[in-house]
Design a protein around this ligand. Structure first.
Ligand code: PHB
Length: 394
């Protein structure tokens, strides 16, 4: 059975990028259909990034998303960079007058779905996009399979791929060799545990044994990561071993331990798609780029793409003006490559490369000192971490 529907904008993927775009377009009277192969519960429970730039929270609020970032989230005005057994605070408030919010991605997704579904937004869960067709026409199509195995064909004036790093939309636009990337010789082992916070702010720690990040979720649940081999089995370690590794990665501080109730391994990759737009098809979020998690940029970049594309699509649908659409790729790439650089830099400065020589190790400590000893150094980190301004005229 094939069902055919038509809409102005077909959005593939109900992650933060796809849902935020549907929300912004809906407010401006542009109709869209969002599809995702996951159930609503799966979407709302996916454990992902935890940090929102201040500008991202402001964009959610300004656009009328019913966000609980201010109630459930926590504002952080700094982070600690730790190396050689000592902590060095990067004071965002003092350096750049801005901050970030610790507010996990699944909470943002709950906010977006809680705003969109009551407003009648067409979101089709358990509907898997198989391919995008007629990319070079004025009526591109998304072909999908629904939960019952039926075919759904969505004909649209515009298709947006918000379908993550394995994007089928990107494949239709650019084929398989579709971007610039770099791999890293390590991954992150992540845990969630039942414990109070070990420190008031996040700790990014460079230790001779490898990197660790001591992040948080709430007063009673903490998120922590340590650098590991990309092939490690999440069940390879006992809880006692995990605590021993984590403690050894933050010399000079003592972590508060508690029951570990989730563990996962995050692969590291940097990627930027070759084409962000082709005719009436465009990419946003992880479909367009992947960053390693060290700079906490992933979800923020996705929202920044969406703010640009929303404005371009409004000009297109309301005024038949394609200038912003024509500029989308260039404008988005400007920010994306700055974020790529920052994420790569934070990673390279804090992780141990397997092949590092004695020289490399000493140079890395010199680099960390250049950042923490100097107001200009700290200020660059603070500016990039809290986020370059997003235009909020939405
Ligand atoms: C997290 O809490 O999941 C988190 C925080 C900061 C990062 C990456 C991940 O840089």
């Amino acid at each position: 059975m094939t069902t055919t529907v038509r809409t102005q904008v077909a959005i593939v993927g109900a992650g933060p990028a796809g849902l935020m775009l549907a929300h912004l377009l809906g407010r401006a009277g542009v109709e869209s259909i969002v599809i995702d192969d996951r159930t609503r519960d799966e979407i709302e429970q996916t454990i992902r990034a935890g940090i929102l730039e201040q500008g991202t929270v402001e964009a959610l609020l300004a656009s009328g998303v019913d966000t609980r970032a201010h109630e459930v989230g926590a504002r952080h005005d700094g982070i600690e960079l730790r190396f050689e057994g000592a902590g060095h605070r990067i004071d965002f408030a003092d350096l750049v007058g801005r901050g970030v919010w610790l507010y996990p991605q699944h909470e943002v997704l709950q906010d977006l779905l809680g705003t969109l579904l009551p407003a009648g937004q067409d979101i089709r869960f358990t509907t898997k996009a198989e391919r995008v067709e007629d990319v070079d026409s004025t009526q591109p199509k998304v072909i999908a399979v629904d939960a019952d195995g039926g075919t759904l064909e969505i004909t649209a004036d515009f298709v947006v791929g918000a379908d993550g790093s394995h994007s089928v939309t990107r494949k239709a636009m650019s084929g398989s060799h579709n971007g610039l990337y770099r791999e890293y010789p390590f991954a992150w082992f992540g845990i969630l545990c039942e414990a109070p916070p070990s420190a008031p702010e996040l700790i990014y720690s460079n230790s001779p044994n490898g990197f660790a990040l001591i992040s948080q979720r709430s007063d009673t649940v903490q998120r922590m990561y340590f650098q590991c081999e990309p092939t490690v089995d999440p069940n390879a370690y006992s809880e006692a071993e995990l605590w021993e590794i984590l403690q050894s990665r933050v010399p000079g501080t003592t972590l508060k331990e508690g029951r570990i109730f989730q563990r996962d391994v995050l692969q590291f990759r940097s990627f930027v798609a070759r084409d962000l737009r082709r005719g009436r098809v465009a990419l946003v979020g992880d479909a367009a780029h992947t960053v390693p998690p060290t700079g906490a940029k992933g979800m923020n970049l996705a929202i920044a793409d969406v703010l640009l594309l929303d404005r371009a699509l409004q000009a297109f649908f309301h005024d038949n003006d394609t200038r912003l659409l024509d500029a989308y790729e260039q404008t988005a790439l400007h920010r994306i490559w700055k974020a790529q650089n920052f994420s790569w830099w934070m990673t390279s400065m804090t992780h141990q490369m397997p092949e590092a020589s004695g020289f490399d190790r000493m140079r890395q400590l010199g680099e960390l000192r250049s950042v923490t000893d100097s107001r200009a150094g700290r200020m660059y980190l603070a500016e990039a971490y809290t986020g370059w301004p997003v235009d909020l005229h939405i």
